[in-house]
Design a protein around this ligand. Sequence first.
Ligand SMILES: [Zn+2]
Length: 383
Amino acid sequence: MPTGYVWHQKYAWHDTGVQHMLGASGGARGPQHPLLHGESPDSKARLASVVEASGLIDHLVRLPVASATDEDVLRVHTPAHLARMRHESLQPKGGDAGDGSSPFGYGALEIALLSAGGAKAIVGAALEGRITNGYALIRPPGHHAIAETGMGFCMFNNIGIAIRWARERFGIGRIAVVDWDVHHGNGTQAVFYDDPQTLAISLHQDNLYPFGSGLLEERGAGAGLGTTINIPLPSGSGNGAYIAAIEQAVVPALRAFRPELVIVASGFDGSFMDPFGRMMITTIGYRTMTQRLMEAADELCGGRLVMVHEGGYSSLYVPYCGVAVIETLAGVKTGIEMPWDDDWVRLPDQAVTDRQAAVIARAGGFAAELAATSGVPVSQTRP
Ligand SMILES: [Zn+2]
């Protein structure tokens, strides 16, 4: 079955404006010459552009997008948050998702609902059997948004909205979220912290954002104890650490949990060139991580693996990373490759260091505990 793809031109119209990285723009009183906001459309629009121009789009099934409804949003968010987003979206100069660093322009609500609708579209297509896997290139992102507020450039929790909708629409049970954005997927974790049916795994740079969030010790609560797994990797982690984390912690946890669908919260801000992260993943790393997760999905849930876009702020490199991932999902090659990647993989810290290995080993232990409590021994689920 084919690979699905979501993109809507209005995702590039979400207006985050101009600022003094990262504070609000002070105009003439700002400390520096204003820049475009960090979460500008550029990296996403350039990825969408290369998907079309390279011909990669010809190997994908483009999915139509409908806006998420108020009912969809309210399965995750409070009425007060939705009402505030609606009110501020109608102001001539827009508003902010909640933390003062996530500005949006007039009419942003419409695009945010279209973004959550993109997550619904890719999840729905996989569950209806119209695609095996797919990539939803959506904006604004979602994984930092919690029930009461947006933050970290996110207005609504797109993946959370798609999961709650899918539960109601299809009656699906176990869903695993693997978040490889460089920042902690705190919003997704918060939404599903006590939900034993949702495995929330986040690989991220240790204590980057939100500060103090995404610790190894955060494991879920109540009936959901054990179904939150954080893998906070030290800054400087590259392909070696990320691939080891996928192989030694993420895939064993997936085997223990036996999801019916795997959703990747796909940020490319763990890349070598990202301005906000200090990690070293290259396209080769992203290709390999995608391959490993596809193999796990093949083994566990008929290959059902969908990716939903989150962060990634290098306008130059995000398109290469995105093409690498989407090509891998579709099993094709366009020949679009970053010429420096071969040099970057030879850098010394692309191999796993002892500090990185220690974190991965602890997270791998959580997968073993999950297997013990779920009654599905990790070793016995190997093909
Ligand atoms: Zn991020």
